[in-house]
Design a protein around this ligand. Sequence first.
Ligand SMILES: [Zn+2]
Length: 366
Amino acid sequence: MGQPATKTTEIGLKPGVVTGKDYQTLVAAAKAGGYALPAVNVASTNTVNAVMEAAAKNNADVIVQLSNGGAQFYAGQGLADGFQAKVLGAVSAARHVHLLAEHYGICVVLHTDHANKKLIPWVEALLDHGEAFYRETGKPLFSSHMLDLSEESIEFNLSECARILERMSRMGMSLEIELGVTGGEEDGVGSDVDESADNSRLYTQPEDVLRAYETLAHIGDFSVAASFGNVHGVYKPGNVRLRPEILKNSQTLVQKRHSSAANPLNLVFHGGSGSEKEKITEAVGYGVFKMNIDTDTQFAFSKAIGDFVEANPKAFKYQLDPVDGTPFKKYYDPRKYLRLAELGVVERMGEAFEDLGSKGRSLVRK
Ligand SMILES: [Zn+2]
């Protein structure tokens, strides 16, 4: 917005996981350039690799994120200690991305999704691993984590965020907080959309955002998942009314009180799946640099497998054709349909990069 297009190409970052100052450069470039990055929930190497492939194909930078459930799945549902699996799965996925991202030639932000009060120990355990990794490599394991204490009092929410951010900022990490409630549920965090409920909770109050800014800005880098009627999941048209102007009101209030530049806050759009394109564009104009997408990429992954199974039903029941003995190995080899699933994600993400304006905007110096 208002910045010449050449500005971002002059910056130039090295490909790989971005943290600290490089992460802040990426966020600032997105806001200045009027685009946002998709943040995709992953749960396996297939989804992680598909996200990096999609970013490379679209010459765009990207955010890879793990929910606590996604992290557990990554480690394996069979691990007896579920909490340990949530920690180790996230660590394993992060190390996988640290190893591979630079070879895809794009910048990757590594992030964890919603952590409510009972998941604070999960974030703290990840910080233990992050600090060890930092001593080893000079980089934190993740670029950022999220704390979603939106169901608690604003006092508790902000004091816990301040405490955790203090620890994170020593490694140059950023914290995403949540103010107001994103409708729907994400991995057991949040609540279902109740249309009869008091809807003011679904819309972030600018006064709360100002308070967050005044509590956290001097401690470290942070972003705000603000609620403007967004929900997790995809619902029938008409069930969700997005009001991006809520975001503008928060930006304006902070800007006025602190005489800062336009759009002083880094905002995050949760529940991006199924959203109307013009509302996405409007939200990006109000300082949204990150839009979460999970439901639509899950569907793209599964639909590709569904289509393949439908086209080759016998290969999923028999090793040899019961009529003529033809071997079906090349159909039931999991790589066959998992690759199609990856390509389904790559294709859906092409749409996301277009919608968010980030296609062709990678900050990697080519
Ligand atoms: Zn969310």
